[in-house]
Design a protein around this ligand. Structure first.
Ligand code: GAP
Length: 432
């Protein structure tokens, strides 16, 4: 039973009602584990990605970006070990024939559908989606939708070395879609079959990998705190030997205190050692080593990898920011993440002077603010405030009769509901 099923129901409903997240292919009855981001969801996701890219790539001297393709030569997946090992243990209930992942069954081991405890032997089920390249559907044309973006980075390792004058330690970062044919999807955006990933492969000296692993844990935790996630809802958890992915020698998750389960993975940080570069050197026959100018030796770098799904961050922010009091629902999103940065209202929609002035402020802000500006002239002002609170708009500007006299507006703060009167020319400097 979920810890706080009601909260999740409210969030799913808010997401649908206000245009954050829609079920995929909804008019055809949906498709399991697939969601579409609506107009507000895409803004929130883009803001998260922009912050990640700024922090991981643009503010650093030692990380470069990449955008590799989703479809790759199938040899990539054989060499990387994914065709053999990227699999989960599948069991089937002998009573009701529901299928589940054996490793995430409830502690009782009873079937979540019928309650019986009578399972088939587990068999490993590969999570990669198969597809074909070209018109002939035979084994030779078979390939996969990537289940992680990381392999696109490893196969471009030499291209980056040759073109970017990078020196160890350095990272390659990318954001892109990943696909996994999960046995069981659920908990809204938490476990889906198509999702966007933000991955950094940080190449380093083997002797330095452990230190860099510790460094990236702290960096990543600090980043989540900078997004405004509550400290008490975040923690680290080291993986047991038995649960690590086939490529990792060490893994630590940043976990979030989800309402639908006990703590669970938000982001994974892995020490992949030299597994991938060595596997692709062997698979492709190309030398993927690094020449160390200082020691004049060739080495195969180790890789530290922080990796996260954008949808999990969206979900954590919605859960963390969701607040209800007697009168209103407030989504406390950090201003740099909120879909709308600010909303502009004329006090009354039937007063042309107010509308004209409000419209000119709205048009002006759109050119000066990075992000969306909302316009609302429906209903009463209180309802407009509540409507913006629910989608996390940090500030609402109201143009009233006093504006026409002294060129001032009120700015209302989402979290405190306090209103301050400021000169129109000072609006921007007050939105912080
Ligand atoms: N390249 C490393 C890697 O793929 P992972 O732990 O399997 O590692 C990375 O996945 C992140 O992707 C997870 O921490 C999680 O945020 C997200 N993720 C993984 N599977 C997901 C799924 N089925 N639905 C949504 N997000 C998922």
């Amino acid at each position: 039973m979920a810890k706080d099923q009601k909260l999740m129901e409210k969030i799913v409903s808010l997401c649908k009602r206000r245009g954050f997240v829609f079920p995929g292919s909804e008019i055809y009855g949906g498709i399991a584990g697939i969601y579409d981001l609506g107009p507000l969801g895409v803004e929130l996701a883009n803001n998260i990605k922009r912050e990640w890219w700024r922090k991981i790539v643009q503010e650093r001297d030692d990380v470069v970006g990449l955008d590799s393709s989703i479809l790759m030569n199938p040899s990539v997946w054989h060499a990387s070990g994914h065709t053999e090992s990227f699999a989960d243990p599948l069991v089937e209930c002998k009573n009701c024939h529901s299928r589940f992942r054996e490793d995430i069954l409830p502690k009782s081991k009873n079937c979540p559908t019928c309650g019986k405890n009578d399972w088939t032997e587990p068999r490993m089920f590969n999570l990669m989606f198969k597809t074909h390249i070209g018109p002939v559907e035979d084994q030779a044309s078979e390939t996969y939708l990537r289940p992680e973006t990381a392999q696109g980075i490893f196969v471009n390792f030499s291209n980056i070395l040759d073109t970017m004058r990078v020196k160890l330690p350095f990272g390659i970062a990318q954001i892109g879609k990943g696909f996994r044919n999960e046995i069981i999807t659920g908990n809204f955006l938490f476990r889906v079959r198509e999702f966007e990933m933000m991955e950094l492969e940080y190449f380093t000296f083997p002797s330095q990998a452990e230190k860099d692993f510790e460094y990236w844990q702290k960096e990543r935790m600090d980043w989540y705190l900078s997004l405004g996630l509550k400290k008490e809802n975040l923690r680290f958890r080291e993986h047991e030997d038995t649960e690590r992915a086939h490529y990792a020698v060490r893994s630590v998750d940043i976990e979030y205190n989800w309402p639908f389960m006990d703590w669970g993975e938000l982001e994974g940080i892995a020490n992949r050692a030299d597994y991938d570069l060595k596997s692709h050197s062997k698979g492709s026959g190309k030398d993927l080593s690094y020449f160390d100018e200082e020691t004049k030796e060739k080495i195969t770098p180790y890789v530290v990898e922080p990796s996260v799904g954008v949808g999990r961050i969206v979900l954590a922010l919605l859960i963390d920011g969701y607040n209800e009091d007697k009168e209103r629902t407030v989504l406390k999103l950090h201003p740099f993440l909120a879909p709308y940065k600010v909303a502009v209202f004329p006090l009354l929609a039937n007063k042309p002077d107010l509308v004209k002035k409000a419209r000119s402020i709205y048009e002006d802000l759109k050119t000066k603010i990075s992000g969306l500006v909302a316009w609302d002239d429906r209903g009463n002002i209180g309802k407009r405030y509540y409507s913006q609170d629910e989608i996390g708009t940090p500030w609402c500007i109201t143009v009233d009769f006093q504006t026409l006299e002294d060129d001032t507006v009120t700015i209302r703060d989402r979290d405190t509901t306090k209103q301050t009167r400021v000169k129109v020319e000072k609006i921007l400097s007050n939105l912080t």
